[in-house]
Design a protein around this ligand. Structure first.
Ligand code: GAL
Length: 359
């Protein structure tokens, strides 16, 4: 689906649902800083990582759109360290940011960032990953449970063995997204196990979403089952590439189905080669632009239209949850390429031309 249609649907859904979040008050009653309509807005963007390609895109698009709306943005990257992320956020608060956008490394520990921000009347947007047990003002992400369902369903629909041996490679257990993905994956796989169509031969989380952890999980599963693995539900593209590497070690790449998530260039190449089976495409522009627009509104005490809520164990957080899409070789051109997320030239560079999908 084109971005413009996605954006339109999002706005429409917000209007229909009539839900909203306002930046003028907090649940804990602390006073809110409020910028005037023409005051310049300072946004702090606290990121866990820019290791994966997608996060580099998030950073660039947040910076681009902030510039477009005349806001300034300070981006800090914690490189997987909770203490670093907290320190960086506190520094940004000291420097007087008007609003914080936080992509947390650890969804539980980041609650203290929300508390520190609220003590200074600064609203907090939880970005892509949910901050738990805290009075988060807004959550903006994609439909993560649905993504887990799409990964598992795709593999289930395309595996041609019964019962089929499945390996589940989760993401980082400190990232709420990894837990939501697993929930979605099991929504599909549990009934298949009960029907006798699927056997889960390994189900583990890859520390820090590391490809090397995924490689270990899949290698061990291959050893344990004497190479009898039919599908690997990898939770993102990084872990999918670790899985593919383990399969290559046993000359099984291309014979075992592998899911993914993010539309990373390196994984799209594997999809064209037939070594990774699918990815979940999450357009990042509506996420990044949506967060920046919402940040400006919250900083001014204006209302942000939301489409959903998500329970973070403290409250039902007003949420904007964007639509993901399953992408394989067959619809690569009409999704990721059509949107300009990656060009077909980039994807096919270095690959045999006959492998490249033709319009
Ligand atoms: C998730 C995110 C994914 C992926 C992963 C690793 O939270 O939703 O897109 O990048 O983290 O950073």
């Amino acid at each position: 689906m084109r971005l413009s249609i996605l954006t339109f649907l999002l706005v429409l859904a917000a209007l229909v649902s009539g839900a909203c979040v306002s930046g003028s008050k907090t649940n804990d009653g602390s006073a809110r800083k409020k910028k005037g309509p023409n005051d310049p807005i300072k946004i702090g963007f606290s990121m866990d990582t820019v290791k994966e390609e997608r996060w580099q895109r998030d950073r660039d698009l947040v910076e681009k759109h902030a510039k477009e709306i005349g806001a300034s943005v300070n981006v800090q990257v914690a490189n997987g360290s909770d203490s670093e992320q907290i320190k960086q956020a506190e520094n940004m608060l000291t420097q007087g940011v008007d609003v914080l956008i936080v992509a947390p490394h650890n969804g539980e520990i980041a609650a203290s960032i929300v508390e520190a921000a609220h003590r200074q009347g600064v609203p907090v947007i939880s970005y892509d990953r949910l901050i738990k047990n805290a009075d988060v003002d807004l959550y903006i992400s994609h439909q993560v449970v649905k993504m887990g369902e799409m990964q598992a369903q795709y593999l289930l629909d395309h595996v041609n063995k019964k019962p089929a041996n499945f390996v589940i490679v989760g993401g980082s257990p400190t990232d709420n997204n990894a837990l939501l993905l697993h929930q979605g994956q099991m929504n599909v796989l549990k009934p298949a196990v009960d029907r006798g169509d699927v056997k889960i031969v390994a189900d583990e989380y890859a520390k820090e979403w590391q490809a090397s952890a995924a490689l270990n999980i899949v290698e061990n599963a291959l050893t344990r089952t004497n190479n009898q693995v039919d599908a690997v539900v990898a939770s993102n593209d990084g872990t999918a590439r670790g899985a593919v590497q383990a399969l290559e070690g046993q000359h099984l790449a291309g014979k075992v189905l592998v899911s993914g998530q993010d539309g990373d260039l390196a994984s799209l190449k594997l999809i064209v080669e037939g070594k990774q089976t699918m990815t979940i495409y999450k357009p990042i522009q509506p996420l990044a632009y949506g967060a920046v627009d919402a940040a400006a509104k919250l900083a001014r005490g204006e209302t942000v239209a939301t489409t959903d809520t998500i329970d973070n164990a403290f409250k039902k957080v007003p949420a904007i949850l964007l639509e993901p899409a399953a992408v394989d070789r067959n619809n690569l051109l009409t999704t990721i390429v059509k949107d300009g997320y990656h060009t077909i030239e980039e994807i096919c560079a270095g690959l045999p031309p006959e492998k490249c999908p033709k319009p």
